[in-house]
Design a protein around this ligand. Structure first.
Ligand code: SUG
Length: 430
């Protein structure tokens, strides 16, 4: 049974504004000059790799940015140029939020429960409200419109709106599924944060996790708290310190508040459960966060599993040594390590796992997905040519006040929609 990977295509407005408190990469790169064209091409190279490993590959589109609607709602008036100029003058931070290309991290687009896990036998998707960070809270309407289009067939799919914004929900980044096979009933682990009184916010409220499990009708759900120490070390989402696939949980020893309880439950509930865990004395939490080794795409391949890792994990000798030991150990199915350069996204705290939403589907369900969201070799080639032609080479913070850049980014996105055959009106845009 295939696992569709829906990657967020990096948008033409990709920039470094330091908007996410608790995301150490993003805050330390605030004000740097970004390279949207290179960023999007790095993302496509990673999609090509995962596709070559055998997974069906699709994409979600960048949203219409800058979000003039947000700026107008905040009281900036006049024509579009005037709105941009006034916001640049009065509130550059808000302007940067309106430009954010953050929808690229589709692990935060939605939580997905495949048909094998749910009471009504349909695949359920709840769009994430991303309520904790203002620049991310503007994403869900654009994401929901795309999910409703891509998964329109209600015989197979149920697409839900967000849970109420009083309860922050960051989607699949805080959700793991373990099962003997993609199409076998699985156990879904909903990881939430607390971190009361800490420096950094917990972005997944336990009630949001419970609401999603309830809405989806998940038969076997486990609620697991993230360790406060992990949040404080910069694991603003669980997928910075853990990822699961099949029967494997690949995680840092200090990822979970009640580690033993979680492991005992998984042992009981997942036949063949396999833990691949980095001990803190071999890889510290800080090294896990800076190298993003757990933010890998863990994918099933013919002879086991493969990890798609960011270059940063290769660059840390201790991390790389541990990863090689994992690969050589016959006691787990991880046979292959693939390293890719995703530095542009990584500098905003987004690794290989952040850039993709996994949707486990039967062949029949894959056939029910709107094919305009699916990619093949020809489409990769055409997307690359389009990005080379339209995506800005660089964006510096001062460029966000430039209305000409706004026009260029709008034209770039329009060219993308045109290539995919999606009319703006289908996404509720004029
Ligand atoms: O929400 N960075 C994103 C990174 C999301 C990573 N996703 C997962 N771990 N699944 C975030 O913190 C930075 C944007 C800026 O500062 O300009 C940002 O939003």
């Amino acid at each position: 049974m295939p696992e569709l990977q829906l990657d967020g295509l990096v948008g033409p407005t990709h920039n470094y504004a330091g908007l996410s408190l608790g995301n150490l990469a993003a805050t330390s790169n605030a004000g740097a000059v970004s390279a949207p064209r290179a960023a999007a091409l790095q993302g496509i190279a990673k999609m090509r790799l995962v596709h070559a490993l055998g997974a069906p590959q699709g994409l979600l589109l960048p949203h219409d940015r800058p979000n003039l609607g947000l700026l107008r709602a905040m009281g900036f008036a006049g024509d579009d140029r005037q709105v941009i100029a006034a916001a640049a003058n009065e509130d550059p931070q808000l302007l940067a939020a309106a430009w954010s290309a953050s929808s690229m991290w589709t692990a935060n687009a939605a939580t997905v429960s495949p048909a094998a896990d749910t009471m009504d036998g349909r695949t359920h998707l709840t769009v994430a409200n991303l309520a904790t960070m203002p620049h991310r809270a503007q994403e869900w309407p654009g994401t929901l419109a795309q999910l409703r289009l891509a998964f329109a067939d209600s015989r197979h799919f149920a697409v839900h709106g967000p849970v109420p914004a009083s309860f922050g929900d960051e989607g699949a980044a805080n959700h793991m599924r373990l099962a003997p096979a993609h199409d076998a009933p699985g156990v879904e682990v909903f990881v939430y944060g607390v971190n009361q009184g800490g420096r950094f916010p917990a972005r997944q409220h336990p009630r949001a996790s419970m609401a999603v499990a309830r809405r989806h009708g998940v038969r076997h759900a486990i609620m697991a708290p993230q360790a406060d120490a992990a949040i404080e070390a910069g694991a603003f989402h669980n997928d910075v310190v853990a990822v699961a696939n099949g029967t494997v949980l690949f995680a840092h020893e200090q990822a979970f508040a009640d580690r033993q309880d979680l492991l005992d439950r998984l042992d009981r509930q997942v036949p063949g459960f396999c833990l691949v865990e980095a001990p803190a004395d071999e890889v510290s939490l800080e090294e896990a966060v800076s190298s993003y080794l757990f933010n890998a795409a863990l994918v099933t391949v013919e002879d086991g599993m493969a990890l798609v890792l960011p270059q940063e994990a290769r660059d840390n000798p201790r991390v790389w040594r541990w990863l090689q030991r994992v690969q050589q150990d016959d006691g787990n199915p991880i046979q292959h390590l693939h390293v890719r350069d995703l530095r542009e996204s990584m500098r905003n705290g987004g690794g290989p796992a952040c850039l993709r939403l996994r949707v486990q589907l039967t062949d029949e369900e894959v056939a029910a997905v709107d094919p305009r969201f699916l990619l093949d070799k020809d489409r990769f080639d055409r997307l690359e040519a389009l990005i080379e032609r339209w995506w800005p080479e660089t964006i510096a913070p001062a460029d966000l006040g430039n209305p000409d850049l706004m026009q260029q980014c709008r034209a770039a996105r329009a060219a993308l929609l045109d290539l995919l055959g999606i009319a703006p009106a289908e996404l509720g845009e004029s």
